[in-house]
Design a protein around this ligand. Sequence first.
Ligand code: 7TS
Length: 409
Amino acid sequence: MNNRYIADFPTLKEEVNGHRLVYLDSAATTQKPVSVIEAGVAYYRTSNANPHRGAYALSMKATEIYENTRTAVKNFIGAGSDKEIIFTKNATEAFNLLAYSYGMNFIGEGDEIVISIAEHHSNLVPWQQVAKAKGAVLKYMYLDEEGIVPKEEIEGKITNRTKLVSVTQVSNVLGTINPVREIIQRAHRMGAVAVVDAAQSVPHQRMNVADLDADFVVFSGHKMLAPMGIGVLYGKEELLEKMPPFLYGGDMIEYVSEQDASFAEIPYKFEGGTQNVGGAAGLAAAIRYLDAIGMDEIEQAEKALVGYAIEKLSRIPHITIYGTRDISKKAGILSFNVEDVHPHDVATILDAYGVAIRAGHHCAEPLMRYMAVNATCRASFYFYNTKEDVDQLAEALANTRRWLGYGSE
Ligand code: 7TS
């Protein structure tokens, strides 16, 4: 195996059904390197205490780990200040924070919220709730034949009635890369705030929120080598300052009287309750791991792999690939179907060959309907995948229809 990273990932050495595990579901969650696992264990062994509360050494150690991770995240995404980094449970919680704190307070009757038809439910359902509660209108930007939001949709849908635009940088179904810079610029020209769902981009390519001029950016730690249970909301300081808290309770207050309370400064205003310090320790280790490889190298390796997968799968009869085949416009996610075979059956058959892929609607039901399919198979790659993984996928796929009694042609 010509990949020097595999050795760091214990799960990748597992066997499944008598085959070497080929893990092609990193868009759902990535595997974890030993350094991340050990960072979490080391925290619980040597530094576990409730942060921000204690005046004793152990609590200070926990606080330091937690706050150092905030700085690491700030640097990793090019934010201006630690105050702009808010820890959440995951991307979903970050979107709910935005919907309830920003949406419910700064979006009113007749205002428009614009998203794309390719959004994951976590960047869609919260906005539906805001639209319903406030009498606002939820509008969709549709996709071109390559699966990308085109200029006409950006200009046609984002208007001076738009108050908020929220769009995914990389589709979790198609892997297509949206022109988020242009979308943000258009939103700003129209006086709207712009949110980027970076759950599928921050783990795979260089991100600079200041350069992009995004108002808010959302992502999950578990899709970038870190443990589950820690996610990030980046927000511009001036916007976060004017937003009310989302979760009320301990640790997020300044003073509390019987009938009233004042709230802590950002980012603490948004971090009510005991936080996931073990997860933060893991997230810092994950960032160190990614930085040591380099995000540009990761992006290039994944593009090469998805390009190779497109080439191999195109040669197998009865396979339909969705979205562009131009790797300059896509990241390492490939959606496809095998004619006459339900994606769930494909995934089960592939599992017999040790190949783990995702099948279903990928939490993007409106996109499935737009694509006129019920479900797809999805292979998603990370830097720890290899050409051999793609070969094992292709070999298993070539046999799929035969398992169900179809001829090979
Ligand atoms: N946004 C995008 C683009 C995603 O792909 C996901 C998760 C989320 C938001 C939500 O992240 P969470 O950590 O809060 O769950 N996507 C997927 C997926 O494609 N398969 O499983 C989870």
